[in-house]
Write a protein that binds this ligand. Structure first.
Ligand SMILES: C=C(O[C@H]1C=CC=C(C(=O)O)[C@@H]1O)C(=O)O
Length: 424
């Protein structure tokens, strides 16, 4: 539901002394969450929901956000990333997607970061309210706590082949390799989907808590039905500091310490994976360059250990030179070669040809933006879209000239694990 914001928004953030388990405070059927390493933000009661679509979805979102932020009256007693005015966001992978991109400003946000906790209340200036006192904030928190006691049912979902069957995926990977070998494209990221049914009254807090507990170093998110735990930071902007983490190249975890290390070592020296990774890193460096001064890049890709897989990873850091917002950077970066391929324009047309569905928000940016344009955005991976009583999970792999279809299929199984386990 959207409200008339003429006259702007009144935004008040006050510190909270004692906050219970934040994830318990999530709304059971439409949770709003951004979370990593036991800190983040939980949003309640969408106040403004803005939809965007088409090629200009990022630019339109950035412009709409600027307008909303410039007319907001913000009193922020905490002053940390995520305090004051903020919106949760999720964007479609393709400009052609039928599923809208969205920014959601909630009425209430409870957050925790670096040992501080806070509550933010947002309302239109046209709605009168006395200033948010610490006592009022505490009583709003208590209302959330008492509402959180009502739990729905734990979702147990069997996820099975979706629109892209296993056989279809194998065939698409073979066809992609053929097109790579003709020189049409260097790398293409192809995905497949799993689908299941959610019973009525499903409480999405259960899978989200499992994701947050099992993947503490990933971004666990839930925005407009898109939920998951992504290891890949598309971009984070705090003041003039920009960071990104590029992931591409995957290996299974070993069954014991020795085989696990062997798997990581093989990944670190695999030409196929290093090639795949190189495309992804270059795409991020090229996209960030116009916005930044010198960029610092980890010298060679390192192996990142996750509970389900090893990835090749590169961290990139820099200083913003142009005063751009995180949404401007998201616009410039998306889609990276970690989720589309190289060259981008050709890779996305190959994806259109070889994937039998609209990816929706899978592999698109998901995160939050603050009043001054700062924000944290992940690439929506290891995720699923819940709509009404259906859930669709997605996982994909970077395909290069020496990709073997059967191996890529196994890799998708590993990448589905976070969602499959969370809903099992
Ligand atoms: C496209 C996905 O992963 C990307 C991120 C890390 C590693 C990847 C890979 O090794 O193929 C992919 O580029 C996915 O999880 O659906």
């Amino acid at each position: 539901m959207s409200v008339n914001t003429q006259g702007g928004l009144v935004v008040e953030t006050v510190p909270l002394e004692q906050v219970p388990e934040l994830l318990d405070l999530l709304a059971p059927s439409s949770p709003l969450l951004w979370w990593r390493r036991n800190e983040g933000m939980v949003g309640h009661e969408p106040l403004i929901t803005r939809h965007f679509s088409g090629n200009d979805r990022f630019r339109e979102a950035a412009a709409a956000w600027k307008e909303i932020a410039s007319s907001a009256e913000v009193t922020d007693q905490v002053d940390l990333p995520g305090t004051g005015l903020m919106a949760f966001g999720t964007f479609g992978f393709r400009y052609t997607s039928a599923i809208p991109s969205v920014l959601i400003i909630p009425r209430l946000i409870v957050g925790r970061r670096g040992g501080a906790s806070w509550l933010t209340r947002i309302h239109p200036a046209s709605e009168s309210a006395s200033p948010l006192s610490p006592e009022k904030a505490q009583s709003l928190l208590e209302e959330l706590i008492s509402a959180s006691g009502k739990t729905g049912s734990t979702p147990h979902v069997t996820l099975s082949e979706g629109a892209q069957t296993e056989a279809g995926f194998l065939s698409s990977v073979s066809r992609a390799v053929e097109r790579i070998n003709t020189g049409e494209v260097d790398k293409v990221v192809l995905s497949r989907d799993l689908q299941g049914s959610l019973s009525e009254n499903s409480d999405l807090r259960f899978p989200l808590k499992r994701l947050a507990e099992s993947y503490p170093d990933c971004w666990t998110f839930s925005v407009d039905g898109l939920l998951g735990s992504s290891p890949e930071t598309l971009v984070s902007v705090h003041g003039n500091k920009v960071q990104a983490r590029v992931l591409a190249g995957t290996a299974r975890r070993g069954s014991d310490a020795k085989s696990d290390l062997e798997s990581a070592a093989a990944l670190a020296s695999s030409h196929k994976d290093l090639d795949e990774h190189g495309f992804a890193t270059r795409s991020v460096l090229d996209a960030l360059a116009p916005f930044t001064g010198a960029l610092t890049v980890s010298e060679s890709p390192f192996t990142l250990k996750l509970p389900n897989v090893w990835h090749l990873a590169t961290d990139i850091a820099g200083t913003l030179s142009s005063g751009s917002s995180s949404l401007d950077l998201v616009d410039a970066l998306h889609p990276t070669a970690a989720v589309a391929g190289t060259p981008t324009a050709v890779a996305v047309t190959v994806i259109d040809d070889l994937e039998p569905y609209d990816r929706g928000r899978y592999a698109g940016p998901v995160g939050w933006v603050g009043a001054n344009g700062d924000g944290e955005w992940a690439i929506a991976l290891r995720c699923a879209q819940v709509s009404a009583d259906t859930i669709t999970a997605y996982a994909g792999c970077g395909i290069v000239s020496d990709s073997i279809p059967e191996k890529e299929l196994v890799e998708t199984e590993m990448k589905f694990r976070p969602i499959v386990d969370a809903f099992s």
